[in-house]
Design a protein around this ligand. Structure first.
Ligand SMILES: *Cc1c(COP(=O)(O)O)cnc(C)c1O
Length: 414
């Protein structure tokens, strides 16, 4: 027995991404040995003495548990796992991606300006333009960080700019931004007084980690890849600065848009297969992109993994694990009529909004996700009626290609 070497345990921070999707924040239950985190439904928690919680202090509950809007054991476990995957110090969970986005925007005060990408997620634009601006006295300016000179865009922004809001790749045109370069430019222009927030929903922390690229906060709609099974609506905000965490926790508790313990459990479960799902769906996306690029019923394909994508080299540098995500866009022939005929012909692809789940989805941004943007403005952005957005799932690529091929067949001869 003396020959046995002392047991060694890898520092959890040094473990690989896939290991952490399964284990981060999720030790076995000390009482039962349960391997799966408990779903703790209790809305309130017994106290030993007034103001002294019963539960032991833990990294997920530095003050113990009192009331589930403020903190809940299942949610704390979920938040610890998300924090680890984003390579952050903390993650704050919300009841939807939009609740997470509004939680982050609530860091702004009356009179502050947010500089946002012009083609941000529609819900983000709606929250800024119809609530933050008229009700909270926040101002908003917009820019295209992919084509405008970023230094000039920042330098000509109002001095009151306290937040820059990015998505990369953008939705639906998949423009890729140099997050590290923008982070450095924001720090330089605003002397560290302006937060860079990146909505990372399209990539998930498996393919892109904005905090490592210099962003102050990362936002994810957990509804999409994190959960990945089209059965939860949720969102998180993650970061590294503990003072910011305190402000986000205050907002989480004050707004009260928190996820249920069951939803936290479902996303924790979904995240265990995040690397496998991302690898498979991105591989399917690459195969679809190549197939579409060679099809005579297709005018143009947009996918960061294709050498024809204007930011292909940047994507190779910035995206992790050699992947380019699971979203592919293309313009079909035949305009709006062609798109409509195509979308009605799919048998395996589901015609639906949303993205990031195990089943493959197809949609028309002009008629569905982006229909609230006036046609003229849509076309200015490049969202024409024949644009089709795919969210590749994890089915067999051959079946997805078969269905795509049969749906496209003859469209070019119409
Ligand atoms: C879906 C989505 C959101 C909003 O998330 P919900 O969970 O639907 O509230 C925000 N940003 C992006 C990029 C999204 O795709």
């Amino acid at each position: 027995m003396e020959l046995l070497k002392p047991i060694r345990k890898k520092d959890p921070d040094q473990q690989g991404f896939a290991t952490r999707t399964i284990h981060a924040g999720q030790p076995h239950d000390p009482y039962t040995g349960s391997v799966v985190p408990n779903i703790v439904l209790s809305s309130t928690f017994a106290q030993k003495s007034p103001g002294i919680p019963y539960a032991q202090k833990s990294p997920g509950a530095p003050h113990g548990f009192e009331y589930s809007r403020t903190n809940n054991p299942t949610r704390a476990t979920y938040e610890l796992c998300c924090a680890s995957l984003e390579n952050g110090e903390y993650a704050v969970a919300f009841a939807s991606g939009m609740a997470a986005i509004s939680g982050a925007l609530h860091l702004l005060k009356h009179g502050d300006n947010v500089l946002c990408i012009a083609d941000a997620y529609g819900g983000t634009l709606r929250y800024i333009n119809t609530i933050c601006v008229p009700s909270y006295g926040i101002t908003a300016t917009y820019g295209d960080f992919a084509t405008e000179n970023v230094m000039e865009l920042l330098a000509t922004s109002p001095k009151t700019t306290k937040m820059v809001w990015l998505e990369s790749p953008s939705n639906p045109l998949l423009k890729v931004l140099d997050i590290a370069a923008i982070a450095a430019a924001v720090r330089e222009t605003f002397d560290g007084e302006c937060l860079l927030v990146v909505d990372n929903t399209f990539m998930s922390p498996y393919f892109q980690r904005p905090l490592e690229l210099g962003a102050d906060l990362v936002v994810e709609s957990a509804t999409k890849f994190l959960n990945g099974h089209s059965d939860v609506v949720g969102g998180i905000v993650a970061g590294r600065d503990r003072a910011l965490e305190q402000r986000l926790r205050h907002t989480q508790n004050a707004l009260g848009a928190v996820p249920s313990p069951f939803d936290c459990y479902l996303v924790l479960r979904g995240m265990k297969t995040l690397p496998l799902r991302m690898e498979r769906s991105a591989s399917n996306a690459m195969q679809l992109a190549l197939f579409l690029e060679s099809h005579t019923s297709v005018e143009r394909v947009i996918y960061p993994g294709l050498p024809s994508h204007p930011q292909h080299e940047l994507s190779k540098r910035q995206m992790l694990h050699g992947g380019f995500g699971s979203i592919v866009c293309f313009f079909c022939v035949g305009g709006l009529i062609g798109a409509k005929i195509l979308l009605e012909r799919f048998q395996l692809w589901t015609l639906a909004e949303s993205l990031g789940a195990v089943e493959s989805l197809v949609e028309s941004p002009a008629v569905m996700t982006h229909s609230s943007i006036p046609k003229e403005k849509r076309e200015e952005l490049g969202i024409f009626d024949n644009l089709i957005r795919l969210s590749c799932g994890i089915e067999d690529a051959s079946d997805l290609i078969f269905d795509m091929n049969q749906a496209l067949e003859g469209l070019d001869g119409m």
